[in-house]
Design a protein around this ligand. Structure first.
Ligand code: TNX
Length: 504
C-alpha cells in the first residue's frame, strides 16, 4: 500500500472525528436509529435527564423522530440509546465510553460532562444530514464500534473580543453550539477595551450608556445587560462550557475613561477611540477611585458569574510604569481574592514580582519576550495562546480579506502542527492547563468573517487540547478535516477552504 493509501485508511478508521478520540475499535455491523428507538436514562438525576433531552432535541429536526426518553435501570437492551453514569477513574471528569452494537448504543461516563462529550462524538458519527433543521431521509446508520475517550487538557477554550466589535447574544449562542461540537469547554469573553464597554455595571451606568455606544471603525457597538449575560452563561453551562469574563485593565481602558472623567489623572474624559493602536490608555494607579471602580465592576460581574475565574487582562499596559503596574496588580489581586475568585491575566501579569501562585497566566507573546520565564518562576499554571500559532485573527496567508499579520500568517497547518509543551521552553505538561484560541475583532465585524477566521483553525485547536499528542499527525488530520468540511457546510459555517486540505 502506498503511504497515501495508508493514511487514507487510517483516517477513515477514525471516522472523521475531530477531536480524535483516545481509542476507537471498530466491530462488525451497524446500528440504525429509527422512530422506535428510545433514549434510556439509567438515573433519575435531573442533569442526566436534561442531557437526554439535549440528545433528543439534537436528533429530532433531521430525523423527524420524537424520540421517547425513558427512565429505567433494567430496560430491555434493544433499540435503545442508553445514557448512564459509572465509576471508571481512567475516564476522569470529562471522558466517556461509547459502545455501539447492532442492538443498541450505550454511552456511559463518570459525569454529565462526559455524557455530553460522548453525544458530540455520536453526532459526528452520524450522517452529516443530521445537522439539518428540516427532515431528511435516513437511514441513520452508525458503524458498530467502541470509543473510549478523555481529554489531555482540562482547558480547551475559545475567546471572542466583543469589545472592538459587538456580537449579539444570539450570535454568541451559535458559536457556543459550534464550539461544543468539538468539545471546547471554555468561552472567554473579552468584554472591555479602548473601543467599547460591553457589560452592564449597575453602579457605573455610563460605562454602557456612553462606553457601549462606541466600536472600532466599521464595527458594531452594543452591550449585554446583566440578564443577557446571565443568559449566555446559562446557555453555555447547559453545554458544559464555562464563561470567563474579562475586564481588561489597567490599559485598554479608553471606553471606561471616556465614560467617567474622574477616572482620568487630569480629570478630563477623552473622546471615543475607534482606531486600532494599543497601549495609550491607562487607569490612574494612584487614585482611590480607580480601586472603588474595580471593586464595583468585579463585584457585580462576580455575582453573575458562577465559574471560579475572573480575567483581568493586564496586557500592553504601555502607559504605566513598572512600579505603577506592580502597585496596581497587588491591589487588584486583593479585590479578586476577596470575591473568592481565581485571577487570570495575560502574560504580562507575570512581571509583577509578588503575583500569587494561585493566579493563572495566559501566554500569548512570542517566546522571545520571555513572559513564560516569569510564569515559570512563579510556579504558575498557564493557558497557552501563542499568537503565532493560535491567534485566529491572524490572516491564513496574504490573500485573507480580513485579519492582521503582526504575529505572521497562521495557516491551517500552522494552527494544527504545534504542541502546548514545546512553544515555550521549560514547561511540563502539569504546568499547562490547556489552550485557548482568541479572535480579536479589530477587522472582523460579523459572523460571516468570524466563522471564516475561527473555522477550521478552531477544530485543530480543539484537537490539540483534547487528543493524545502521539495520536496526532498533520497528514491524517487533513483527511478527517476534509470530511468535517461537509458537516460545517451543512451547519452553515463559512469556513476557510484552505488549499492545504483535500475537501470532499
Ligand atoms: C494583541 S493579545 C492584543 C490585543 C489585540 C491583538 C490583535 C493581547 C493580549 N493583546 O489587544 O487585539 O493583539 O491581534
Amino acid at each position: 500500500m502506498t503511504n497515501n493509501k495508508q493514511i487514507e485508511k487510517l483516517s477513515s478508521a477514525w471516522q472523521g472525528l475531530i477531536p480524535k478520540p483516545v481509542s476507537l475499535e471498530k466491530m462488525d455491523g451497524c446500528f440504525c436509529i429509527n422512530q422506535e428507538t428510545k433514549i434510556v436514562i439509567a438515573s433519575a438525576e435531573e442533569e442526566i435527564l436534561k442531557i437526554g433531552q439535549y440528545l433528543a432535541n439534537l436528533l429530532k429536526p433531521a430525523t423527524g423522530f420524537p424520540l421517547e426518553i425513558t427512565k429505567s435501570t433494567n430496560y430491555v437492551a434493544q433499540n435503545i440509546i442508553s445514557l448512564s453514569i459509572k465509576h471508571d477513574p481512567s475516564l476522569k471528569e470529562e471522558g466517556y465510553e461509547l459502545v455501539i452494537s447492532t442492538e443498541s448504543i450505550n454511552l456511559s461516563a463518570n459525569k454529565g460532562h462526559g455524557l455530553f462529550n460522548g453525544i458530540q462524538t455520536l453526532r459526528q458519527l452520524l450522517p452529516i444530514t443530521i445537522e439539518s433543521n428540516v427532515k431528511q431521509d435516513g437511514p441513520w446508520e452508525l458503524d458498530a464500534l467502541i470509543v473510549k475517550d478523555y481529554p489531555r487538557f482540562s482547558w480547551r477554550g475559545a475567546m471572542i473580543d466583543v469589545a472592538r466589535s459587538f456580537f449579539t447574544v444570539e450570535e454568541v449562542k451559535r458559536f457556543i453550539d459550534l464550539f461544543a461540537l468539538h468539545k471546547i469547554n471554555r468561552l472567554h469573553l473579552h468584554l472591555s477595551d479602548d473601543q467599547g464597554w460591553r457589560i452592564e455595571i449597575k453602579s457605573w451606568p455610563e460605562l454602557t450608556s456612553h462606553g457601549g455606544k462606541c466600536a472600532v471603525e466599521g464595527g458594531s457597538s452594543g452591550y449585554y445587560t446583566q440578564d443577557q449575560y446571565k443568559e449566555i452563561v446559562r446557555y453555555a453551562h447547559e453545554r458544559f462550557m464555562l464563561v470567563i469574563p474579562e475586564i481588561d485593565v489597567p490599559g485598554h481602558t479608553n471606553a471606561a475613561l471616556s465614560s467617567y472623567a474622574e477616572l482620568n489623572s487630569d480629570g478630563i474624559a477623552p473622546p471615543y477611540f475607534r482606531g486600532m493602536k494599543v497601549g495609550f490608555s491607562t487607569l490612574d494607579t494612584d487614585k482611590d477611585i480607580t480601586y472603588e471602580f474595580l471593586t464595583d465592576v468585579f463585584t457585580e460581574i462576580a455575582s453573575i458569574t458562577p465559574g471560579p475565574y475572573l480575567h483581568v487582562g493586564g496586557d500592553e499596559a504601555l502607559s504605566t510604569t513598572e512600579e505603577e503596574y506592580s502597585h496596581f496588580l497587588s491591589r487588584l489581586e486583593t479585590i479578586i481574592a476577596s470575591l473568592g475568585k481565581t485571577m487570570i491575566g495575560w502574560g504580562e501579569v507575570g512581571h509583577y514580582e509578588n503575583l500569587n501562585s494561585s493566579a493563572i497566566i495566559q501566554l500569548w507573546q512570542s517566546p522571545a519576550k520571555k513572559d513564560h520565564e516569569f510564569a515559570l518562576k512563579h510556579g504558575i499554571k498557564t493557558i497557552m495562546s501563542p499568537a503565532h500559532k493560535i491567534y485566529v485573527d491572524m490572516k491564513y496567508d496574504e490573500s485573507t480579506h480580513v485579519g492582521q499579520d503582526w504575529a505572521g500568517y497562521v495557516s491551517v497547518e500552522t494552527a494544527y502542527n504545534w504542541d502546548p509543551t514545546s512553544v515555550y521552553e521549560g514547561f511540563n505538561e502539569e504546568d499547562i492547563l490547556g489552550i485557548e484560541a482568541p479572535l480579536w475583532t479589530e477587522t472582523i465585524h460579523n459572523t460571516v468573517d468570524a466563522d471564516y477566521m475561527y473555522f477550521p483553525r478552531i477544530c485543530g485547536a480543539a484537537e490539540i487540547g483534547w487528543s493524545p499528542k502521539d495520536n496526532r499527525s498533520w497528514e491524517e488530520y487533513c483527511l478527517r478535516l476534509a470530511r468535517l468540511g461537509k458537516r460545517l457546510e451543512q451547519l452553515g459555517v463559512n469556513f476557510h477552504r484552505s488549499p492545504l486540505i483535500p475537501w470532499k
